[in-house]
Design a protein around this ligand. Structure first.
Ligand code: DHB
Length: 310
């Protein structure tokens, strides 16, 4: 029996708990429409900047058996184009999440203000792009993060979420949790790519991608334990009060189930979506349904956060 995989985040209902991760197949109008036509439970836009951008020089994405590395450099149509598209995208009958980036603090506010007027269902503030030369990830600075989130919260009327980079120390989870609490963030997307990894091709004695001397964000299967740890850490810190979208290393239905057990209410897919295309959504739905049925769970919510500790 197929299980109802719908889920609710910040009062918004998603027909499926699987959606694209910002960046994956969501830059152009055609790609965004493709998500609308697919089984994706939402349409998440590419992180948008003020100006349209071509991004970093190619090759800037490389997939290998354990995952992927990218340094795209925020190629996107610019916020005005995405703002204009939002009403059309909403006609697909699933939530539209606008991913807002910015190259400096005032950009976030300007983009959020204009995009909010087009009523996306939610806004995901991206504090964790690792690939712009000379721009550190805002999410690694709690004070900067708080300032940006406070300002964005002040200008938007739809639920605000934040996409965070992975943290590797409980003190950092705790510090960011206090920021999230104070600002009133309504959902968390955890995690962005594991920034500034390096993939080497020993045959060619070369880096795999061109920008930043080969350094880039890691995604795919290899980052799953890092993603699960961050989902779990924030789930525990908020005792489940702030919904979490799990991102990182979801390749099959069991990976999604693990994210739910750690506390995710929904999941986003990046590398596997780029590698497999939108038919990945059907496969993942079938696989997660099968796992939930086998385990006697009737919905994603039924197993949310239920991870056992020894
Ligand atoms: C890019 C990568 C990211 O991980 C991100 O959050 C935003 C942008 C990029 O390189 O385009």
């Amino acid at each position: 029996m197929a299980i109802d995989l719908s889920t609710t985040i910040a009062g918004v209902r998603f027909p499926s708990c699987f959606m694209n991760a910002a960046g994956a197949l969501c830059v152009t109008e055609e790609e965004l429409r493709g998500l609308g036509l697919s089984r994706a439970g939402a349409i998440v836009t590419k992180s948008m900047t003020i100006e349209p951008r071509f991004g970093n020089p190619e090759p800037r994405y490389y997939a290998f058996p354990g995952g992927s590395i990218n340094s795209m450099g925020l190629p996107n149509l610019g916020y005005a184009a995405y703002a204009k598209l939002i009403p059309t995208l909403k006609e697909f009958g699933k939530p539209v999440i606008a991913s807002v980036a910015g190259l400096c603090e005032p950009d976030f506010v300007k983009i959020a203000t204009v995009v909010n007027e087009r009523r996306p269902d939610l806004i995901e503030v991206n504090l964790s792009c690792p690939n712009i030369p000379g721009k550190p990830q805002i999410g690694y600075d709690a004070e900067d993060s708080e300032r940006v989130l406070d300002q964005v919260r002040g200008v938007i009327t739809v639920p605000m979420g934040v996409k965070l980079p992975p943290y590797f120390d409980p003190a950092h989870h705790e510090k960011m949790a206090r920021v999230i609490e104070r600002v009133g963030v309504e959902f968390l997307s955890l995690i962005n790519s594991v920034g500034n990894g390096l993939v080497v091709d020993p045959e060619r004695e070369s880096v795999a991608i061109k920008p930043k001397g080969g350094f880039g964000g890691l995604g795919g299967a290899m980052i799953k334990p890092v993603a699960l740890a961050n989902v779990r850490a924030f789930w525990k810190l908020f005792q489940g009060r702030i919904p979490i979208i799990g991102v990182g290393g979801i390749v099959n239905g069991t990976d999604a189930f693990e994210h739910l057990l750690c506390g995710a209410s929904a999941v986003q897919i990046g590398t596997v979506l780029v590698e497999e295309g939108t038919r990945a959504f059907e496969r993942l739905e079938q696989e997660l349904s099968a796992v939930l049925s086998r385990k006697g769970y009737t919905s994603p919510a039924a197993c949310r956060g239920k991870l056992k500790e020894l």
